[in-house]
Design a protein around this ligand. Sequence first.
Ligand code: FAD
Ligand code: PYC
Length: 417
Amino acid sequence: MFKRRYSAFAVAREAARFHTGWERAWRSPEPKKKYDVIIVGAGGHGLATAFYLGKNFGITNVAIIEKGWLGGGNTGRNTTIIRSNYLQDPSAALYEKARSLYETMSQDLNYNVMFSPRGVIMLAQTEHEVRGYKRTAHANALQGVQTEFIGPERVKELVPIISLDGPRYPVLGGLWQARGGTGRHDAVAWGYARACSDMGMDIIQKCEVTGVRSENGKVVGVDTTKGAIECDKLGIVVAGNSGHLAEMAGFRLPMESVALQALVSEPIKPCMDVVVMANTVHGYMSQSDKGEMVIGGGTDGFNNYTQRGSFHHVEETVRALVETFPMVSRLKMLRQWGGIVDVTGDRSPVIGKTPLGNCFINAGWGTGGFKAIPGGGWATAELIATGEPGPLSAEFGMERFIEGRFIDESVAAGVAH
Ligand code: FAD
Ligand code: PYC
């Protein structure tokens, strides 16, 4: 697949010639008149969908159309937590597939995505949470997902900087997934983009889709800021902008768009080598390889498209973190940003058909779709290639909201909701 492989030998060769020989990682072509498949949105899910269309189904006459820069949406704005400790069987299957694909992603894409399975703890700080996480651990055992409920002493062993006796909520234990962790978000987008480009797919950046053209109940193409482009099949993969794209295509979605924000501290010496999520007080934290503490909290309580987030959330999030890790009170915060997430009522995504026969959608990942990128892409590629959902996405169609067949993941969605 890769015309020029990245390797230790390539790094040495380029060092010897002052790095003059590196090629661009992906091409930046002008759009063709027509493609077999157009994917709208070059975030992780759009790029992964295109990648698996090529890799698993040999479909490479594909354009991925992006209004900004690839990975510049939520994929490049998230806090990179990867875990598969969900409750319901369809979710556990989808998120565990994704987690397992992360394990080999650097090799599969020949691109270092810095997957770091350092372990994730979701703290239990009320009796209700203890019961909820024990239930999840039992469900995960049946699903083949490795998690365990651990007591407060083990939490303290794993996270020496934690305070077990918070001023409001003590730490009563936690749901521990040792093979959860983090990855480098930009690298995930860049790795997929390079692989798609090498397969001959066109990634068209700075090109906004402004309309969806249909005839007799089928999509025939899209209008864009670079002109009209025809296609046989359309995939809508635009996260917080899903409602807009659906409106262009003439249907409505059971989703809301809200801002979710994150912040990082100044870099400090290594002090915490696992990811900790404190869902009751609404804060979470991990430490990046650069030493910054990566911090986040809940979503804004109202719908908006600001890609920024409200200021009072910063205060609430830091307060939650100071309760949990008193040392945070001595940290300076370096920068803050936000993304627009697409939230469904049952906190599970939609991967499915739409009222237009050849138009498919991957959306509704809310605050938790980074971890799902390879699995979501895999399932969406199968859906687009065959026209029918495969085993991974069978339960995730939009019709579940009409049939009352919810996949309730409000506990697993956790801190950010
Ligand atoms: P995106 O990456 O947003 O990609 C969609 C793309 O579509 C964008 O690039 C956008 O520009 C493009 N687009 C939109 N409209 C158009 C148009 N009209 N024409 C062309 N292109 C268009 N998830 C986790 O699993 N773990 C976490 O720790 C985590 N933390 C988060 C923290 C924050 C602050 C945020 C905001 C999100 C977090 N998430 C996390 C959620 C995760 O980032 C998203 O669920 C995931 O990135 C969604 O990927 P995507 O490819 O669907 O969307
Ligand atoms: O889904 O694990 C997650 C998450 C953490 C912070 C935001 N989303």
